[in-house]
Design a protein around this ligand. Structure first.
Ligand SMILES: C[S@@+](CC[C@H](N)C(=O)[O-])C[C@H]1O[C@@H](n2cnc3c(N)ncnc32)[C@H](O)[C@@H]1O
Length: 213
């Protein structure tokens, strides 16, 4: 899923700047390519990892974790921050099982907790607050997820929302599809809300980064 703003050369340049990563992570990237499974990829993964390290995140909640690629970046950050918990949440049992195998093999067995279910509901039902919430669920559900996220992210914590640029479709006024409209709506909600400081970083397909006041 290419960044709509960058040439292939610039994308490749940014990817070369990502420090060497464990072979398991590279194998997950190859699996995603082979199965055309959408993952955040190394540049956005490294960006998320850096943010999680910067705020010293120890409790991370992921919404829409797929087979655990993005989870691996957050688990690495949490481990380096001194340990804690990353919730891997997806509604597909098979993806959850696959993620557990890979993340255990990478040494994150103590850190990652697995939940199979609808991510907004699981977040609502999970005790406690979070340093960082990463949202990568179906795009139509982005607006309705926000009030729950706002309740669960701690003051001084972060929301990261993937696909904020949606391959450039958000900037095309003719595109009024439900997914595009929902991403616009969620981005607007965060931008207008004085309780968030939000910015869209044009990393890969766009990451909305929002700091909870
Ligand atoms: C874009 S993929 C996740 C990729 C993952 N974040 C990564 O970068 O490695 C989104 C995944 O979340 C699942 N999903 C979408 N909406 C969901 C929801 N509301 N609750 C739980 N899982 C959801 C999808 O079936 C898919 O497996």
């Amino acid at each position: 899923m290419a960044n709509p703003l960058l040439s292939r050369d610039v994308e490749a340049y940014l990817e070369r700047l990502v420090p060497a990563r464990p072979p398991e992570l590279a194998a997950m990237e190859a699996y995603a390519r082979a199965h055309r499974f959408p993952i955040i990829g190394p540049v956005a993964g490294n960006f998320c990892y850096a943010l999680a390290r910067m705020i010293g995140a120890r409790r991370v909640f992921e919404m829409g974790s797929g087979f655990g690629y993005s989870t691996a970046w957050f688990a690495r950050a949490v481990k380096e921050n001194g340990g804690g918990t990353v919730f891997h949440v997806v509604w597909d049992e098979e993806l959850s099982r696959r993620a557990r195998g890979d993340l255990d093999a990478m040494g994150y067995g103590e850190i990652v907790q697995y939940r199979v279910g609808e991510a907004v509901q699981v977040l609502r039902d999970t005790e406690g607050s979070f340093d960082l919430i990463f949202n990568d669920i179906d795009k139509e559900a982005y607006p309705q997820a926000l009030p729950v996220i706002a309740e669960k992210v701690r003051s001084g914590g972060l929301l990261i929302m993937d696909n904020a640029l949606w391959h450039g479709r958000v900037a095309d006024p003719r595109d009024q599809s439900p997914s595009t409209e929902s991403i616009r709506e969620a981005t607007r909600m965060v931008s207008m809300d004085p309780n968030w400081i939000g910015v869209v970083a044009p990393v890969r397909d766009g990451l909305l980064i929002a700091y909870r006041r």
